[in-house]
Design a protein. Structure first.
Length: 447
């Protein structure tokens, strides 16, 4: 006798996808939204000379080594290089989310809003949007001032008519572009296949891969070096998939319970804890925090303050200060975000409420401390894995001058978002299959 789960597993194919009308509409909506996003990356800011801008960007790549500037340009899908209306991409929104998350763990009033359900969530989203506007305005103004002060090879500025009007129009345009991307990501999450913000970031990264591969092949590298880079990329992908699917399963037992006139037998289940519970969030958060000072330093020009020149020199890709900050932020956010998504005290209380317990561990406080102990050990491994995957390409570029354009952060985001998207599609297909089984059962019952 074939079980319902086995039947559903067999039907998760393209034939089931064709019949799932709602899922197809969600996929079409997501693709259309990503096409609109890509179109926005080609809409330039008003008052910019594209020829001089290209010369300035090439000069900045030469002076900064191109590392961190190329990384930010890849995150924006090339919008930064073209100085489009979404040059800052979705990073201000992510930075605002970081700040709100930090404040939520320190402010009792914000922590109380999280427990108020839908109303509290809407209030927190409103605060996050307000923070996004503020951060975009600050970064947009710094970007406008940097464009005015930095000249191309001939000393000409990329700004056609510098002044207050250009700065104000640039700030307003960038705020509108970032808010539009934030709204577009929310629409993809609600009406598409989910993970709207992550899909926008991944679309920007994937769009730059052909250019990166073409640049790599155009360097006439040693075939053995190219083969080694391909093997390294495949190895990193395998490591990412293996770690992201790895879990520590804790056995949870439930005692016998009286259900009416029947005695329900004791049962056992598993409490899965991912090896990397924070997912792709720590590298994204770390990159977004490094984005603000590095952008100002890159566009400061030769006449900028001395401290900006210092930041530009020591925050370059592969520099010890850059790697130290990067690793520290990844480790911090790995522990911080893991503590948010998995609360040992709440989990222990829920187990105690439903009569579950871990074998050999007392319910309540003892269970919470054991879960915290297990979670800390797993997070150490997860943070080490994230740091390794994100830093190894930086070291290859800095120490061996290897043109490893696809950085560890980009690779991590692409693989994780792809896995999450496939999981979302599978869940929609399973829901469609369940609906079909229910309809068939109702028809048979009527007969």
């Amino acid at each position: 006798m074939v079980s319902a789960a086995e039947q559903l597993a067999k039907n998760l194919n393209f034939g089931a996808l064709v019949k799932a009308t709602e899922l197809k509409h969600r996929i079409y909506f997501t693709l259309a939204a990503l096409v609109i996003y890509r179109f926005c990356t080609y809409v330039p800011l008003p008052g910019i000379d594209p020829v001089i801008l290209e010369n300035i960007f090439t000069q900045l790549q030469r002076e900064t080594g191109g590392g961190i500037l190329n990384m930010f340009n890849m995150f924006s899908g090339g919008a930064l290089q073209r100085m489009s209306i979404i040059a800052l991409n979705i990073m201000p929104y992510i930075s605002s989310s970081i700040i709100m998350t930090l404040l939520g763990s320190m402010s009792p009033s914000l922590a109380q809003l999280k427990k108020e359900g839908e109303a509290g969530r809407k209030k927190l989203n409103q605060y996050t949007r307000m923070g996004t506007v503020l951060l975009t305005g600050l970064q947009g103004y710094a970007l406008a001032v940097g464009l005015e002060g930095f000249g191309g090879a001939g000393g000409q500025s990329a700004v056609i008519d510098p002044g207050l009007f250009f700065r104000v129009s640039t700030v307003i345009t960038l705020i509108g572009g970032t808010m539009f991307l934030m709204w577009l990501g929310e629409q993809i999450t609600a009406r598409g296949i989910g993970n709207g913000i992550s899909l926008i970031i991944m679309a920007g990264i994937v769009s730059q891969l052909p250019v990166a591969l073409a640049n790599t092949l155009g360097l006439n590298l040693d075939p053995m070096l190219v083969f080694a880079l391909i093997m390294l990329a495949i190895g990193l992908i395998y490591l990412i998939v293996w770690v992201e699917r790895a879990q520590r399963r804790l056995i949870v037992q439930y005692p016998k319970r009286q259900m009416g006139n029947r005695m329900q037998q004791s049962d056992s289940s598993h409490l899965p804890i991912k090896l990397n519970a924070a997912g792709v969030i720590p590298p994204i958060f770390a990159s977004s925090l490094l984005f603000m000072p590095a952008t100002i330093a890159s566009f400061s020009g030769q006449g900028g303050p001395e401290w900006l020149t210092y930041i530009s020199a020591y925050l370059g890709q592969g520099q010890p200060l850059y790697i130290a900050f990067y690793v520290s932020l990844i480790v911090f956010f790995a522990f911080f975000y893991t503590g948010i998504v998995f609360n040992p005290d709440d989990t222990a209380d829920n187990l105690k409420q439903f009569g579950g317990f871990l074998p050999g561990i007392r319910p309540g406080e003892k269970t919470a401390r054991y879960l915290e102990y297990v979670l800390t050990r797993l997070t150490v491994i997860g943070a080490t894995y994230l740091s390794f995957v994100c830093v190894i390409p930086e070291l290859l570029i800095a120490k061996l001058a290897v043109p490893f354009y696809l950085g560890g952060t980009s690779l991590l985001i692409v693989v994780n978002v792809t896995m999450d998207t496939v999981a979302q599609i599978h869940s929609h297909l399973m829901a469609h299959q369940y609906e079909g089984l229910i309809k068939k059962a109702r028809l048979r019952g009527r007969r």
